[in-house]
Ligand binder design. Structure first.
Ligand code: AMP
Length: 362
């Protein structure tokens, strides 16, 4: 089976690394000269909205998926005329726009932080009057890893926040005093079979994920699964999904979902029987799904903006190196460390060591 991936970054690379031993081969569409997935996949070089590049990709593959949700929806629809695209373009329409996303959560009975659409400074003032402060102003589209966001703590910051996000259509959210952030990574196949990974507990700094820990047996997983299932069946979804939540007591407030493999699921490479990457390939290639059962006590530490020496990583017990083949630059995710230890205290010791590596400190 030949699989096309829109985007040739590290997620596409890890999808290809997982799928190649299953007998699949991979072609990525990416405009970049240095797309890091090309060490394990062929490339069609072109923009995501280039009809010729899209037609060339469709010609070379049996099925198309994507590694990021900001692919133009029209491109996914164009491709779908000639080749199956999973997840479907309807999913992109929602996942690309924070207002569409929050509106769907509400419609499906999935709790969210309080939110309101904002299209002008006057609407921002009205939204603050109803939601209160502190609050977060986020662009509706194109935001990721904390980009396109401004935290507002007092009324005199409204005009600056509106300017800071570029005066574009936005959403105001109440700032949630959460106990922790968690995500549910799950996979669904064409027949509607769903498998859930253990809950992931995620630690962000400055809006960017730094450490994720697998929490098998977590009491909150049942609610996270129920919410995730609502999204999966709504879309008749095929592939891996990740849904991010803020936890407050027994409540989970949905922040966003990613219609793809997700950074908070990287620990599944060593920490689950079948990784999120392999299960994504299995789902889109219509192969039997693999077990999502946890192996040991697993975690993931992101390496951002600086590169350790591979030997420094490999010298650490229970730590596994995943270099993406990217050069280091400030704020760029260039590698991660997968941790799988026999028990939680050994895992915490391994995380502590990994956090001393260049690029891991925060
Ligand atoms: P996002 O780009 O929406 O995933 O936001 C990135 C990170 O910013 C989240 O993982 C949280 O740590 C923080 N954040 C985003 N929205 C809120 C919110 N409404 N309340 C509190 N923290 C938030």
């Amino acid at each position: 089976m030949k699989i096309g991936v829109l985007g040739g970054g590290q997620l596409a690379r890890m999808i290809a690394l997982a799928g190649t031993p299953l007998g699949c081969s991979f072609v990525v569409l990416d405009p970049s000269e240095t797309a890091c997935a090309t060490s394990v996949a062929r490339q069609v070089k072109g923009n995501y909205d280039d009809p010729q590049a899209l037609a060339e990709l469709a010609r070379q593959v049996d099925v198309v998926t994507y590694e990021f949700e900001n692919v133009p929806e029209a491109s996914a629809r164009l491709l779908a005329q000639t080749v199956p695209v999973y997840p479907a373009a309807d999913v992109l329409h929602v996942a690309q726009d924070r207002l569409n996303e929050k509106t769907l959560f509400t419609k499906l009975g999935i709790e969210t932080p309080p939110y309101a659409p904002v299209n002008s400074l006057a609407e921002l003032e009205q939204a603050v009057a109803s939601i209160g402060l502190p609050a977060v102003l986020k662009t509706r589209t194109q935001g990721y890893d904390g980009k396109g966001q401004a935290v507002i703590k007092s009324e005199d910051q409204l005009a600056d926040a509106w300017r800071a996000i570029g005066e574009v259509p936005a959403i105001l959210e109440g700032f949630v005093q959460f106990e922790r952030e968690v995500s549910m990574v799950a996979v669904r196949n064409k027949a509607g079979e769903v498998r859930y990974y253990p809950l992931s507990e995620n630690h962000h700094e400055g809006g960017i994920l730094r450490v994720a820990r697998a929490r098998p047996g977590d009491a909150t997983a049942a609610l996270a699964q129920r919410y995730t299932e609502k999204l999966l069946s709504h879309f008749n979804y095929v592939g891996v999904i990740a849904v991010e939540f803020f936890q407050q007591g027994e409540h989970l407030l949905a922040n966003e979902f990613a219609p793809r493999v997700h950074n908070s699921g990287h620990w599944t490479i060593e920490g689950a029987e079948c990784s999120q990457f392999e299960n994504h390939v299995r789902a889109v290639a219509d192969l039997p799904l693999g077990s999502t059962q946890a192996l040991g006590a697993a975690a993931m530490v992101n390496i951002i903006g600086d590169l350790p020496n591979p030997a420094e990583v490999l010298a650490l017990d229970y730590c596994h190196a995943h270099f993406y083949g990217k050069s280091a630059r400030p704020g760029r995710k260039v590698a991660h460390i997968g941790v799988r230890a026999p028990d939680e205290s050994t895992r915490e010791a391994a995380i502590e060591q990994a956090l001393q590596l260049p690029g891991a400190k925060f």
